[in-house]
Design a protein around this ligand. Structure first.
Ligand code: BEZ
Ligand code: FE
Length: 288
């Protein structure tokens, strides 16, 4: 086909997709091309703007390494990560809701016994966490793996502090006991900005958006026979609950971090019950 114009180029590109050996890939690519061309037409993209977009995506890729994933951050701030979570993680009534995974999980977090202090020197007000993991009928889930990670009082994860090297703190992996419970101490998390020193930060600035996430603790809970749960607990009263830069807040995940004691003796206490959905619940897209 020659003499392509702005009206027939979309069909011409889709027609090149070949014999569709992978039907899903053909479906996804067809829609991608249609929407991408539609976007270019809608905004009447100029060649200068196209060059700027290529420059932005190039810089985004160049910002990625083993410790930083700027493309995931881009997906997060554009709401694509949360859209994917909400479409794929619909859970039965009563089960704890999921939210974004985020970039700060590590695979080599310390395995801890219930009662451990995972703060390990992280700055912040002491926090005592008491968790329960149950099934939809309220029965304890024994031996569930509870992987938790959080920022400290300065809004930093251990992996964001080069001076810590490979030292891990404010994170840990626990197993629930015979009552389906886990206890640990840590520090009160504080709100923090997502990394702003890269192209995504420039995009937030240019579009008049703040970079803040409300204070939260991350959890990944896994147990045989149950759908894995990736979620957070957010600090009730946080100023950013309604404007989370990555759109991850769900009302059901906002919890009271109750203050106990005063002055130097002040601590906070968090109690929460996680309800796991069975693996492959009927009519659900949840992973096994
Ligand atoms: C986080 O909560 O760790 C996070 C999530 C998305 C983007 C940046 C950070
Ligand atoms: Fe986080």
């Amino acid at each position: 086909m020659r003499n392509i114009d702005e009206h027939n180029i979309t069909d011409a590109v889709i027609a090149r997709l070949g014999d569709g050996r992978d039907a899903r890939l053909t479906e996804v690519m067809t829609a991608l091309i249609r929407h991408l061309h539609g976007f270019v037409r809608e905004v009447r993209l100029t060649e200068r703007e196209w060059e700027q977009a290529i420059g932005f995506l190039t810089a985004t890729g160049q910002q990625c390494d083993a410790r930083r994933q700027e493309f995931i951050l881009l997906s997060d701030v554009l709401g694509v990560s949360m859209l994917t979570v909400t479409m794929n993680q619909s859970r039965p009534e009563g089960a704890t809701e999921a939210t974004v995974f985020g970039p700060f999980h590590v695979d080599d977090a310390p395995h801890c016994a219930s009662g451990a202090d995972i703060a390990q020197g992280a700055p912040g007000t002491p926090l005592d966490v008491h968790l329960e993991v149950v099934d939809l009928q309220g029965r304890p889930v024994v031996g569930a793996e509870v992987d938790t990670w959080q920022a400290d009082e300065e809004g930093l994860y251990d992996v964001q502090r080069p001076e810590l090297g490979d030292t891990r703190r404010a994170r840990g992996v626990f197993l629930t006991d015979a009552k389906g419970q886990v206890r640990f101490s840590s520090v009160l998390p504080m709100p923090y900005p997502v990394p702003t020193d890269g192209p995504v930060g420039q995009l937030l600035l240019a579009t008049g958006r703040h970079p803040w996430r409300p204070a939260h603790i991350h959890f990944r809970i896994r147990a045989p026979g149950f759908a894995p749960l990736i979620t957070h607990l957010f600090h009730e009263g946080d100023a950013y609950l309604d404007s989370d830069v990555v759109f991850g807040v769900r009302s059901s995940l906002v919890a009271e971090f109750e203050r106990v004691g005063h002055g130097d003796a002040a601590r906070h206490r968090l109690r929460h019950r996680f309800v796991l959905a069975p693996a492959q619940a009927p009519g659900s897209d949840l992973p096994a």
